[in-house]
Design a protein around this ligand. Structure first.
Ligand code: KIV
Length: 253
């Protein structure tokens, strides 16, 4: 079943698992469009995957709008675009206007907001009450790497806070939520406690779906393979040998 609207996501709660993969440009989006993937996420992970930066923090709203519009040209699948770092921090108005730009200029079907602080929940309430679907994001929040102190599993010792946040996200109107690097048992509890789909990454198998970074699935980074990466191919090595084959093929003997 195509996931065209948030109501379709709700119907998949506890049903066939929802697959989400990141995309950042037209070429890859067009190929993903021909796959069985349910939805694409234009993640601010583009800071690392596309721009070669050390984190997602430098990514701007303009860049999110630009990459989302490229992806939109390549696929009609449900497209979620990240609200990048600094936007919720700036103000309620700045956050709402970023969401509107992603929908209006880039053709996003929904936006994703990291965290469940009061400012985040306020924005989520306002957007969802005004026709902009929002996906939540809990656990390891790449935009908060400085306060979280690096990539580590969240909710191991105190799952209650995360469970409470998940309930708040649902109440605020989120149609689904990403659970990133959350202890399997906590992710399972959140999945049970909430009636919106949970989309896990590095959070075990009991979530309602999984999201992966495209470059991890394709094996495009020869130097780094995160523990939670579900690598299905080694396209990076294929690309290197294809380029070398091309180089060698034009050498005149
Ligand atoms: O930016 C991103 O790619 C993400 C996923 C890792 C969920 O937020």
């Amino acid at each position: 079943m195509t996931l065209k609207y948030p109501s379709h996501w709700l119907e998949r709660k506890g049903g066939p698992k929802i697959s989400v993969i990141t995309a950042y440009d037209y070429t890859f989006a067009r190929l993903i469009d021909r796959s069985q993937i349910d939805a694409v996420l234009v993640g601010d992970s583009l800071g690392m995957m596309i721009q070669g930066k050390p984190s997602t923090l430098p990514v701007t709203v303009d860049e999110m709008v630009y990459h989302s519009s490229l992806v939109r040209r390549g696929t009609q699948k449900f497209m979620i675009s990240d609200i990048p770092f600094g936007v919720i921090h700036a103000s309620f108005e700045v956050a709402c206007s970023a969401a509107v730009r992603l929908m209006k200029e880039a053709g996003a079907d929904a936006v994703k907001i990291e965290g469940a602080s009061e400012p985040c929940l306020n924005v989520i309430r306002h957007l969802t009450a005004n026709g902009i679907p929002v996906m939540g994001h809990l656990g390891f929040l790449p935009q908060s790497i400085h306060t979280l102190g690096g990539y580590r599993i969240q909710g191991k010792s105190g799952p209650d806070a995360l469970v409470a946040q998940s309930v708040q996200l649902e109440k605020a109107g989120a149609f689904a939520m990403v659970l990133e690097l959350i202890a399997d048992s906590t992710a399972a509890e959140i999945t049970k406690k909430t009636s919106i789909p949970t989309i896990g990454i590095g959070s075990g198998n009991s979530t309602d779906g999984q999201v992966q970074v495209l470059h991890d699935v394709l094996g495009l980074d020869p130097d780094f393979r995160p523990k939670h990466a579900m690598r299905m191919r080694d396209i990076g090595s294929d690309l290197i040998s294809a380029c070398s084959e091309f180089h060698n093929s034009i050498q005149i003997k």
